[in-house]
Ligand binder design. Structure first.
Ligand code: P1T
Length: 381
């Protein structure tokens, strides 16, 4: 089955009791048993719920994986991954990543004696230099949030395999429309399903997809034992979102390219970070492992002026100033004070998250309207 068919039919079947084409929202916490332990496959909705099961099958299908798990948020999914580790274990992570991921690593799990090394993953030597007998996980985000760096998934998978280290990829920015990390050798794919998968800024959700049964069983155990599951209504909404992922992503990519090119040619713009440019330092890897370049980009204005950045985000009208990304509507953000505020200034500035950086999630509105909006906001600085 091709991807565009998988998003609609992958892992899905009509409701056996009514023939309903979409799985019903099984708004129930519990299920009748005829005798203790005798039931129709469901006991309690933290453990499993039929609407969530339908979504989890869809997630596995679109990432070319065997097992899918849905969580209450992207961070809840990451939380479950780190809970497979134990005190004394070490993790090598991308140094440029979502601020909330950095926060859960450094403020929650570091307390339990799990050690995190943050490295620039464009250099494989950087990664190998941190590997020791305690290294149990390599964690990569690609494209990275918000600097749009691209990490070579295949090359990292080879290192992870050589040292028998679990390798997880946060695929939120690309979505499975653009890349499938499991096919490139990763052991685990994670999504903030809040973003492109759900696609309409009306759900907070996380996802994990794996192939290995032993790893899946560990994660199912944690999902049930820690309990950060998503409800049936959100499962339904995410499933509905996934059905249009391919058409939305196609337009996100077209609009992202148009906006990136417009900004690059603008005299008041200093730098545009978008992996589709041939001048992007990791363009060759992006071309190799992604099918297109997506709708996310970041930029700075001439002179790296903080006041100018704030003026732009205040004056944009179609681009709403808001946290999050990946919805049909365009959003803009100021990473230093919003999504990445939990990363100390001196740490974030090393990766380029300066006070003048603006991040755009380019939506699927008309391209000309989006560019006109940027034009009027840039005219005011
Ligand atoms: O927000 P939540 O669903 O818990 O997902 C966390 C998360 C994980 N990974 C990446 C790459 C993310 O971008 C996020 C959430 N990011 C934002 C809210 C944001 O505006 O960047």
């Amino acid at each position: 089955m091709k991807f565009n068919t998988k998003v609609i039919h992958g892992g899905q079947h009509h409701d056996p009791s009514t023939g309903a084409v979409m799985p019903p929202i099984y708004q129930t916490s519990t299920y009748a048993q005829s005798s203790p332990g005798k039931h129709k496959g469901y006991e309690y909705s933290r453990t499993a719920n039929p609407t969530r099961t339908a979504l989890e099958s869809a997630l596995a299908s679109i990432e070319n994986g065997t097992y899918g798990l849905a969580f209450a948020s992207g961070l809840a999914a990451i939380d479950a991954v780190i809970k497979t580790l134990k005190s004394g274990d070490e993790v090598i992570s991308t140094n440029d990543l979502y601020g909330g991921t950095y926060r859960i690593f450094t403020k929650i799990f570091a307390q339990y004696n799990i050690k995190f090394h943050f490295v620039g993953m464009d250099s494989l030597a950087n990664i190998e230099s941190k590997i020791n007998a305690n290294t149990k996980l390599i964690w990569a985000e690609t494209p990275t949030n918000p600097m749009m760096n691209i990490i070579d998934i295949k090359a990292l998978a080879a290192i992870a395999k050589k040292h028998q280290i679990l390798f997880g990829v946060d695929n939120t920015f690309a979505s499975p429309y653009l890349q499938n990390p499991l096919d490139l050798g990763a052991d685990l794919v994670m999504h903030s399903a809040t973003k492109y998968l759900s696609g309409h800024s009306d759900v907070v959700m996380g996802a994990l997809i794996v192939n290995d049964k032993a790893l899946a069983d560990k994660l199912y155990f944690i999902q049930n034992a820690s309990g950060a599951v998503c409800g049936p209504m959100d499962s339904f909404l995410a499933l509905r979102g996934i059905k249009t992922l391919h058409v939305r992503m196609q337009r996100h990519c077209e609009n992202g390219k148009a906006v990136a090119e417009y900004l690059r040619a603008h005299p008041k713009i200093e730098k545009v970070y978008w992996p589709g440019f041939e001048t992007h330092p990791n363009h060759a890897i992006a071309k190799k492992q992604m099918r297109d370049f997506g709708g996310m980009l970041s930029f700075t204005t001439i002179g790296n002026n903080y006041k100018a950045a704030i003026s732009i985000v205040e004056n944009l009208k179609l681009f709403t100033l808001a946290e999050s990304l990946g919805g049909v509507e365009s959003l803009c953000g100021h990473p230093a004070s919003m999504t990445h505020a939990s990363i100390p200034k001196e740490v974030r500035e090393k990766t380029g998250v300066v006070d003048s950086l603006i991040r755009l999630s380019v939506g699927i509105e008309d391209q000309a309207d989006l560019i006109a909006d940027l034009e009027q906001a840039l005219a005011k600085i």
